[in-house]
Structures are given as structure tokens and as C-alpha cells.
Unconditional design. Structure first.
Length: 374
């Protein structure tokens, strides 16, 4: 049998993974606090299932898996398991065992752990349809989130199977870990972990509405930002007395989540433009929660700085714009602006007003002509 070696990601990637994991933990606690464990699990179930379908198809297409059956299904489960550095999948004559001794969501609630039931159902439907009805997770004897040193999930068609019998069953096949480069695994982790906190978030928004959801989550995300401040300063060599180092660090950190299109200096700070975003098709509340995170981060790094998004792909804009500036600052940073700079800034402000619904299309077109001197 082949054992997977402990993954050693780039420290900046690892920090981004840890931030995303905390987003998920905070979301799971918010759902549980509002709805209770059982209702919370039921609420998020459909989102976990659909996320499992999408991830399974992604993996199946990526590895060109044509065969059907339990071994193929468990190979996909193992492929997804790269998020857990030491995940192990074993097939026996009467069950499948999945285990891990580490989990980025170990501080989460059962809302998170319940995903395994729905994701395995999705994998089975696509990769082993002949087992669709009987296969289900029947046992979860140990869980890191409950204080155990290991997580164990047992999937079986025999609902009468007991824990001792399942654990004593001899392994007949252990699917090998996926042969991926560290870079590929990092990309998968970003994608998978991003979906792991947006799935429960969307469930909350649909069931509870934006106001209740954001009231519950924004303070939590701000605290996450504060908690990561010292690690951020150390990782990105940020000095609280050096404005440029802070901007550079935030820009580089921000690029771990989004694909930056450019960094431009403005009158009193910087503007980051994002051309591609993995969350572009998701609710705009995702951007608001990222902003809450940055509020907490900047509050600890340098209270005079603010970071806001003035355009969002989650609201239909073609690009995202995030600005970093000093609170209440009117001082110019860098060279004196030219007439062209003034026009560009005015056009950006105008576009933001139009995007926010503050002016009509006709008003936008008329004002744009005036700014451009037409």
C-alpha cells in the first residue's frame, strides 16, 4: 500500500488555506447558533450534495475516469481527500472506511461534518450508479470535532453493520493517492476550500435572509482578520510604519484568493483591479464578508487604513475594484495628478454611482460626456 506524504505547501498558500478554513468554521458556528445542529445539518444538506456533484464531475473529467463501480467512486473520494494531508480510503468486503488524523475544520460544528453523507451520495450517483440506493454513511464512530484524535467514516450498504465488525474487516483495496504536483494540489485546495464556506453561506442566505446572515457573520469575520494580523505581518514582512509595505503585503495576500489584473496608485492610496474571481457567480455577501475580514486585519496592522470594494463581479460588474487608503485622507500619494488622472478618477467614481444604482443610465451617459469634455 502507498501512504501519502505530509504536504508541504508554500507558507503563503498555507496561510490562505487557513483563512478559508476559519471562514468555514465561523459559518458552521453561526448556523448552529441560530438553528441548532439538526436543523443546521438539514439546511446545508442540499448545498453539500450539489457541491459534491460539481466536485465529482470535475475530478472525473480531470483524471479521465471511465470505469464504474465502488473502486472508481472511492478513487474519486481519495482524490478529493487531498484537502486532508493524511486521509486514507480503504475498501473491504462489507464497507468503505475513510479516516484522517487532521482536518482544517476540526473546530467546526456537525454542520460541516454532515457534508460527508451528501458528498458520498453524489460520488456514488455519478461513479457507481448501481449502488446509488443502498450506499450511505451509516457510522461515524470518531470525530476530531468531538475531541477524538481521528475522524472515521464508514460507508456501507448494510445498515446493521456494527462498528467493531466494520473496523475489523480486512482491507481488499486501498485507492492510491492522486498523482498531482504540489501546484495542482494547491489550486484544488483553493477551489475546494472556497466552496466549503460558500455552500453553507448560501444556505443561510436562502433560509434566513441577508440581514440575519450578515449580522451573525460579519463580526466573526472581522475577528478572524484580527486573529491573523500578526501572522500576516510576519509572512509578508509588513511594517506598520511603512505604508508601501502594507499595501504590497495586502496586494500579494489578496492575490492568493483572486487573480489580480493590476495595482494602480490613486490620490490617497492604491486600487487593485481583479479580472478573474472564483466567487464571481456567487452572492455579493461574499465580498462583504471579505471586507469584514480586511477591516479586522487592518484594524490591527494600522487603524488609519481602510480597504473597500467599489465594484464587484458578484453584482454583475466586469471587474472588481478594491481600494486601500488612509481614513479621511485628502493628501496626494506620489506625483501630482494630471488632468487625465482627474478624469480617470471622476469616471471611476461615476461608474461606481451607476453600479450602486444612485444614478440612471441616461444620467451616467450625460455626466460621462461632460467629464470627457465631449
Amino acid at each position: 500500500m502507498t501512504e501519502r506524504k505530509k504536504l508541504k505547501y508554500n507558507s503563503k498558500d498555507q496561510m490562505a488555506f487557513d483563512v478559508l478554513a476559519e471562514f468555514g468554521v465561523a459559518t458552521s458556528h453561526a448556523i448552529t447558533q441560530i438553528m441548532g445542529e439538526k436543523q443546521g445539518e438539514a439546511l446545508v444538506g442540499p448545498e453539500w450534495y450539489h457541491a459534491g456533484l460539481a466536485a465529482t464531475l470535475n475530478v472525473k473529467n480531470r483524471i479521465g475516469l471511465e470505469a464504474q463501480g465502488s473502486i472508481s467512486a472511492m478513487y474519486v473520494l481519495n482524490w478529493m481527500g487531498i484537502i486532508w494531508a493524511d486521509a486514507k480510503v480503504e475498501i473491504t468486503n462489507n464497507c468503505v472506511r475513510w479516516s484522517t488524523t487532521s482536518c482544517p475544520w476540526s473546530k467546526g460544528t456537525s454542520v460541516y461534518c454532515s457534508q460527508h453523507t451528501h458528498i458520498v451520495k453524489a460520488i456514488t450517483e455519478i461513479c457507481a450508479p448501481e449502488h446509488r440506493s443502498p450506499v450511505s454513511i451509516t457510522l461515524n464512530p470518531k470525530s476530531l470535532s468531538r475531541g477524538d484524535k481521528i475522524c472515521i467514516y464508514i460507508m456501507s450498504a448494510d445498515e446493521g453493520l456494527d462498528i467493531d465488525q466494520a473496523m475489523a474487516s480486512q482491507c481488499t483495496c486501498e485507492p492510491l493517492p492522486p498523482p498531482l504536483s504540489l501546484e495542482e494540489m494547491a489550486l484544488w485546495n483553493h477551489s475546494y476550500m472556497g466552496g466549503e464556506w460558500t455552500a453553507p453561506l448560501k444556505s443561510m442566505l436562502n433560509e434566513l435572509g441577508p440581514e440575519t446572515t450578515m449580522n451573525a457573520l460579519q463580526p466573526k469575520f472581522k475577528e478572524i482578520g484580527k486573529d491573523f494580523a500578526n501572522r500576516f505581518k510576519e509572512e509578508y514582512k509588513v511594517s506598520s510604519n511603512d505604508f508601501d509595505s502594507m499595501v504590497k503585503g495586502i496586494e500579494e495576500f489578496h492575490s492568493c484568493f483572486l487573480k489580480r489584473g493590476g495595482l494602480d496608485r490613486t490620490f490617497d492610496g492604491f486600487e487593485m483591479t481583479t479580472n478573474e474571481c472564483p466567487y464571481s457567480g456567487e452572492p455579493s455577501e461574499i465580498c462583504q464578508l471579505f471586507q469584514s475580514f480586511y477591516e479586522g486585519l487592518l484594524e490591527e496592522i494600522h487603524p488609519s487604513l481602510i480597504m473597500k470594494n467599489s465594484a464587484m463581479m458578484t453584482k454583475g460588474d466586469k471587474t472588481c475594484h478594491w481600494t486601500i487608503s488612509k481614513k479621511g485622507s485628502t493628501a496626494r500619494v506620489g506625483a501630482a495628478p494630471t488632468r487625465e488622472d482627474d478624469s480617470r478618477t471622476a469616471l471611476k467614481a461615476l461608474a461606481f454611482k451607476y453600479a450602486q444604482g444612485e444614478i440612471t443610465k441616461d444620467e451616467y451617459d450625460e455626466l460621462k460626456k461632460l467629464i470627457q469634455g465631449e
